[in-house]
Design a protein around this ligand. Structure first.
Ligand code: 8YV
Length: 309
């Protein structure tokens, strides 16, 4: 049996149902009863950015062999526990890189050029009363990346096309890049105009965006988050935006999704999207196909396509 942790893709549901004995966790309000009856037969869990396999679920599934994630991020999987128990883990890297990088650039452009506010200005009839206020140029602004993995590199490449100098922070300096390295997030924030979170969420990167970093970015700085909500100390971000200590923000992820702090809604210097970094028809199908291919490879004793553990 395969256990899907939460709804994520109707196409994936259909394809899994065709191949395996599929259990949809959300259809069982009493999880304890469900696990008591079915835990022995479940060999795989399919998770995503919202729900995966924490220590409690792993302990409850004695026959678990693999956790296949419909996401590149693995923060909802207890990787340590999986390693310890010999449970394999896969994710969906590469197939979503372009979409997430595209959205990061879109958030930079929409935040600096106030495109959403422009749209509201026109559609509410205000154009007839006068021209829209002047905004901020994007081309040429320094882009600072937290994380220079697949997604960070794809954002850097796109930023270069806009003549933006690119700099980055990561745990260690990369040898194979010419982008300027800063050994701390505060130094990166002090030296860029647009700061982008593009790293995995781990214990070390939780709240990398804190008061000190926000102050270093400053009243002209813009924060872009296409990583995870908990990368940001959200109450600190909200007060900085409300008080004008930070120039603006483009946010695709939030600490307590789908809850979004009320104070962010209605701020003109903020653009908010509902965790849609990978949400295109093309990419979601490629992600689903990769989840299926990993599960099939596992059950046929073949090498996994995108193993993490
Ligand atoms: C998805 C994501 O939003 O890949 C990730 O890490 O956050 C996303 O692609 C999610 O897993 C879709 O269900």
């Amino acid at each position: 049996g395969v256990l899907m942790a939460c709804p994520m893709s109707s196409y994936l549901e259909k394809e899994l149902d065709r191949r395996f004995n599929l259990f949809k966790f959300w259809n069982f309000p009493n999880r304890k009863d469900f696990l008591r009856e079915n835990s022995a037969s479940i060999r795989a869990v399919v998770g995503n950015a919202g729900a995966g396999a924490d220590a409690e679920l792993i302990e409850a599934l004695p026959g678990l062999e693999i956790v296949a994630c419909f996401s590149v991020g693995l923060d909802k999987v207890d990787l340590g526990k999986c390693k310890e128990k010999g449970i394999r883990v896969t994710n969906t890297p590469d197939v979503l890189t372009d979409d997430v990088a595209d959205l990061a650039i879109a958030l930079m452009l929409t935040t600096l050029r106030r495109i959403c506010e422009c749209d509201r200005y026109l559609t509410s009839g205000l154009w007839k009363k006068g021209d829209f206020k002047l905004t901020t140029k994007f081309s040429g602004k320094t882009v600072g990346l937290i994380g220079l993995g697949r997604i960070g590199m794809a954002i850097a490449k796109r930023a270069e096309a806009f003549s933006c100098p690119v700099c980055y922070y990561s745990r260690s300096q990369k040898q194979d890049t010419k982008y300027k390295y800063f050994p701390s997030v505060v130094e990166l924030a002090s030296n860029c105009h647009i700061l982008v979170v593009a790293c995995p969420l781990t214990a070390e990167t939780r709240h990398v965006i804190n008061r000190e970093v926000i102050d270093a970015l400053g009243p002209k700085g813009v924060l872009i988050n296409i990583g995870r909500g908990p990368h940001v100390d959200e109450p600190e971000l909200v007060s900085a935006l409300v008080e004008g200590r930070l120039g603006g923000a483009g946010l695709d992820v939030f600490e307590n999704e789908p809850e979004v702090p009320e104070q962010l809604i209605g701020l003109d210097n903020v653009v908010l999207t509902p965790h849609v970094g990978s949400a295109t028809l093309e990419t979601r199908k490629a992600m689903a196909d990769l989840v299926i291919a990993n599960l099939e490879a596992h059950f046929l004793n073949k090498p996994l396509l995108t193993p993490v553990v």
